[in-house]
Design a protein around this ligand. Structure first.
Ligand SMILES: [Zn+2]
Ligand SMILES: [Zn+2]
Length: 172
């Protein structure tokens, strides 16, 4: 899914997500989607504003107990796309000086790769920790039993784990 600068207009145009060839099927286990759309408009001779949203559902696994978890990913994004090296240098200084509420994207060619934007945004929306439940008790570090299903009698060894800390609090 690529947008050519020469196809863009000054008025905002909507581009629905019709092709999902960009989706990283080998890395993310897709069960629903992706869906999305992008609105784009020229904001200068070598500058365009791209606003979009993308969502999908993937299968992942709980970081604590390894149970399969359905994960809804969704992202809204705004990019200012700029062509050329000169803008790149200037833009870098600008972004160092002030906080931006949008991302700047510097292009070598007057082509915006929407697939790449969608992919990046989905990756960014993956939570750093995936849990089947906030209270998931995980697997026993000693016998490997799923502690959500059965309680075991093992002495827990890893006192650093979030679960161990929680349990200490509870036992108090
Ligand atoms: Zn879990
Ligand atoms: Zn155990």
């Amino acid at each position: 899914m690529k947008l050519l600068f020469t196809d863009l207009e000054q008025s905002e145009t909507t581009y629905p997500l019709i092709d999902d060839g960009w989706f990283p099927v080998e890395e993310l286990n897709l069960v629903d989607g992706p869906e999305g759309l992008t609105k784009a408009a020229l904001t200068g001779s070598s500058e365009a504003m791209v606003k979009g949203q993308v969502r999908c559902t993937i299968l992942s696994s709980c970081d604590r107990c390894c149970t399969e978890v359905k994960l809804d990913l969704a992202a809204d994004f705004v990019y200012i796309c700029m062509i050329g090296r000169k803008e790149y240098e200037r833009g870098r200084q600008e972004t160092e000086c002030r906080q931006e509420d949008y991302n700047k994207l510097y292009l070598n060619e007057p082509v915006i790769d929407l697939g790449e934007l969608y992919r990046e945004q989905l990756y960014l929306s993956i939570p750093s920790q995936v849990l089947c439940d906030d209270l998931c008790r995980g697997l026993c570090q000693v016998c490997g039993k799923d502690m959500n299903q059965t309680a075991c009698e093992c002495e827990q060894i890893d006192q650093e784990s979030p679960f161990a800390v929680l349990r200490q609090l509870k036992d108090r």
